[in-house]
Every structure is written in C-alpha cells, then in structure tokens.
Design a protein. Structure first.
Length: 55
C-alpha cells in the first residue's frame, strides 16, 4: 500500500504589532511566498496584519 505524502504544512500567524501568535493555518507546500492576513488580535483589540512565522 502506497503512503500518502502531506501536501500541506501547519504555519503560525503572528500579529505585526504585538508579535503574539494568535492563529494557526494550513498552507500548501508548493506556495513559495509568505502568507499575510488582516485578522483580529485579542491583545491589541483591533484588526491588524498577521504574517506567517516559523514553527
């Protein structure tokens, strides 16, 4: 029986203002650029940019 290879990896999304990790997301391994989302930060209490960080 052939093994399935994982095509996705788990990444952390870190707030650009307070530098806390608030979210986790799956990303396709083939995607080279870093992901960036505008999400709510519960410590800053506002919507900020969350960027991909190393796990």
């Amino acid at each position: 029986m052939a093994e399935k290879k994982k095509k996705t990896i788990l990444i952390r999304l870190k707030c650009s203002e307070c530098q806390r990790v608030n979210y986790y997301k799956y990303k396709n391994k083939a995607l080279d650029k870093k992901l960036e989302f505008k999400k709510y930060c519960k410590w800053c209490k506002k919507h900020t940019t969350h960027k991909e960080s190393k796990k």
